[in-house]
Design a binder for this molecule. Structure first.
Ligand SMILES: [Zn+2]
Ligand SMILES: [Zn+2]
Length: 177
């Protein structure tokens, strides 16, 4: 629960600390800033997309927010629209670039299992190649599907709107995380 402290206390507002300015040495902030324009296949006022440098699927794109959001752990209820928009953009791009009828996969690596500390949605048309890399994009605790993240953020938003909900749903167990 950041809320109150987000604007004044950087430690509590982990995401807010980064979001406003590019981070030096972050490769994705560099691409957002125009380092390699030839790689970028989509750009809007808050997202860009480009093919993965190390593709591990038949088509493998990354959708990245302009803001340096470090990872899924710092996302809160206010980020629901961002996450939904990232998947929408990824689906549109795959619809144009992936072979018709491909199985599609959308999701994130969770800390510490990611290579770049700037939020990026993997958008893939399967199969994975080489095939063993599939485990990187399915194991719970390593991989978080975009759909599961949307569910999580929607739940957070409901809890914020109705703070009593947790206790009601959680029953007598206590320890709601
Ligand atoms: Zn960055
Ligand atoms: Zn990743």
């Amino acid at each position: 629960m950041g809320g109150l402290c987000d604007s004044c206390c950087p430690r509590r507002g982990k995401a807010g600390m980064y979001r406003d300015k590019p981070v030096p040495d972050c490769p994705f902030c560099g691409i957002v800033g125009g380092d390699t324009p030839e790689r970028v296949i989509f750009r809007s006022d808050r997202l860009i997309a480009f093919p993965s440098i190390r593709p591990q699927a038949a088509v493998h794109l990354l959708v990245v927010p302009h803001s340096h959001v470090p990872n899924t752990d710092v996302l809160g209820a206010d980020d629901l629209e961002l996450v939904e928009e990232m998947e929408r953009v990824g689906r549109d791009l795959l619809a144009r670039t992936a072979p018709a009828g491909s199985e599609l996969k959308f999701g994130y690596h969770v800390p510490p299992w990611r290579s770049v500390d700037h939020l990026h949605l993997h958008c893939m048309a399967l199969p994975h190649s080489p095939p063993w890399t599939a485990v990187k994009y399915m194991l719970p605790g390593v991989w978080l599907s975009s759909a599961d993240l949307v569910v999580r953020l929607r739940r957070r938003r409901r809890q914020r709107q109705r703070p009593g909900l947790l206790q009601q749903e959680g029953g007598a167990g206590g320890a709601a995380a």
